[in-house]
Ligand binder design. Structure first.
Ligand SMILES: C[S@@+](CC[C@H](N)C(=O)[O-])C[C@H]1O[C@@H](n2cnc3c(N)ncnc32)[C@H](O)[C@@H]1O
Length: 359
């Protein structure tokens, strides 16, 4: 099994996740109504006098993490009378290779308004146990559960120039990815089920696909176009074809039906909301601000390639070797392909939004 190093680009330089996660921030803002409703229901029922414990699963490193926590703390403040504000414990979870140092450095400026709030970094995989039994009230996760704990065994030999389960992958590849997702998502639910108190809630959003038939749609075409840019690099003699055929990433896009089936089969949680919404590849054009937006598909191509680079660069460097692959060249090619692909209308990703309650 090929090893992989799962983390987003570290630090806060031009290619970092911290500076290239506006897309995920846009998705986060679309989850607020469900998040707020969930917290309101919880605080209507309980005062949490002995404290409120929550976790952000797959928090990464950058402003998004702090925006999520600030929003939750502010919402709780607005739901409680001042003298009843519970002590809040916040666990920031991600894999050990995440840039926790950068995140911790950002904390002091955010913490000022957070009275009664205690923040802890929690490195580890959310497919495993992270917290003591019956200790958690609330869990949130944005754009993480599409990441698998490993690349399914054997797929590299047959997935050729594809690097995840996409419409041009052989059906066996798709089945291997599907089984890995079933295993990982079941473990995720089982472990959260053990950690969470009865009546605890989870709000989860992640990228998915709309149809059970994976070959009928070009889900995540923006990533498929990165595979095309890698194929161009092979044709130019810049990378080795065999290396490209061995490259796969631990990402799978499930549809709502399979997510629902796994939740029911695993049995720890009841479904409160199972929904989906579209998010434009370049959400800048759709944000509610005062600027007049000009549709420029090649400009959007550069923005999309930048946030995909912040996600993919560690996986690419780990596989091809930093010195072997010219990342600037690769992502310039990618941006050009994205610009060519975008039509009059901006393509979108399907985002699955799920709210669960521990039974
Ligand atoms: C695209 S980022 C999303 C980060 C953040 N939630 C946001 O919305 O900006 C996905 C994050 O999930 C983390 N991740 C992936 N698999 C994980 C696992 N098994 N356990 C914990 N974190 C994981 C990655 O390391 C990465 O930081």
């Amino acid at each position: 099994m090929e090893n992989f190093v799962m983390h987003m680009n570290s630090g806060d330089d031009a290619h970092s996740y911290a500076r290239n996660s506006g897309f995920q921030r846009f998705v986060i803002s679309k989850t607020w109504p469900v998040l707020d409703k969930t917290l309101k229901e919880m605080f209507d029922k309980t005062e949490f006098k002995s404290g409120f414990r929550m976790i952000d699963l797959g928090c990464a490193s950058g402003p998004n993490t702090l925006i999520v926590i600030s929003h939750i703390i502010d919402t709780i403040k607005s739901l409680c009378k001042c003298d009843q504000l519970p002590e809040i414990e916040v666990y920031l979870n991600d894999l050990p290779a995440n840039d926790f140092n950068n995140l911790f450095k950002m904390l002091p400026s955010f913490r000022r308004g957070w009275k009664n709030c205690f923040v802890f970094g929690l490195p580890g995989s959310f497919c495993e146990r992270l917290l003591p039994r019956n200790s958690l009230h609330f869990a949130y996760s944005n754009y993480c559960l599409q990441w698998l704990s490993q690349i399914p065994e054997g797929v590299e030999k047959i997935n050729k120039e594809n690097f995840f389960a996409t419409k041009t992958s052989p059906v066996e590849v798709f089945k291997s990815y599907e089984r890995q997702f079933q295993r990982d998502f079941s473990s995720f639910l089982m472990n959260r089920g053990e950690e969470m108190m009865i009546g605890g809630h989870m709000v989860l959003s992640f990228i998915g696909r709309s149809s059970i038939d994976f070959s009928s749609e070009d889900a995540c075409a923006s990533f498929r176009l990165l595979a095309e840019a890698l194929v161009d690099m092979v044709a130019e003699g810049l990378i080795n074809e065999e290396d490209l055929h061995l490259f796969n990433i631990p990402m799978y896009l499930p549809c709502l039906e399979e997510v629902e089936a796994i939740i029911k089969h695993e049995g720890s949680f009841n479904v409160k909301i199972l929904d989906s919404f579209e998010v434009p590849w370049d959400p800048n054009l759709y944000e509610d601000d005062d600027y007049e937006k000009v549709f420029d598909k090649y400009r959007s191509g550069i923005i999309i390639a930048s946030y995909i680079r912040a996600i993919m660069e560690p996986l690419l460097s780990n596989h091809f070797g930093n010195a072997t692959i010219d990342m600037n060249n690769l992502f310039e090619k990618h941006a050009q392909k994205l610009g060519d692909y975008i039509d009059e209308e901006m393509p979108s990703y399907l985002t699955l939004l799920i709210s669960l309650i521990r039974m």
